[in-house]
Design a protein. Structure first.
Length: 95
């Protein structure tokens, strides 16, 4: 578990630094190790979106929206006429 947390944190630092290709590898590995973890799904989707992989990003956001035990505080995914996707969202565990 500790190794997985370190992997996710490293990918998150890369994502926040705009190194999306490198972050994608980390988030994919994290999602493979714990495929049901919402943060892994969310940041994999955000990274795919940043890389212009809109269809793959939308699939991840749809997967995230179906996670039991989570309510959506703000979750907005829009496909524009030019097929670009915008995403804004926050997820919060339901007590």
């Amino acid at each position: 578990m500790f190794r997985l947390q370190n992997l996710f944190r490293a990918a998150l630092r890369l994502y926040e630094g705009g190194k999306y290709d490198a972050a994608l590898t980390g988030f994919e590995r994290a999602a493979k190790s714990a495929p049901e973890h919402p943060a892994h799904i969310e940041y994999l989707g955000r990274t795919l979106l940043a890389l212009g992989k809109n269809d793959a990003a939308l699939t991840r956001f749809q997967q995230l929206s179906r996670k039991p035990g989570f309510e959506t505080l703000r979750f907005d995914v829009r496909v524009q006429p030019d097929r670009s996707i915008t995403f804004r969202g926050e997820m919060k565990p339901v007590p």
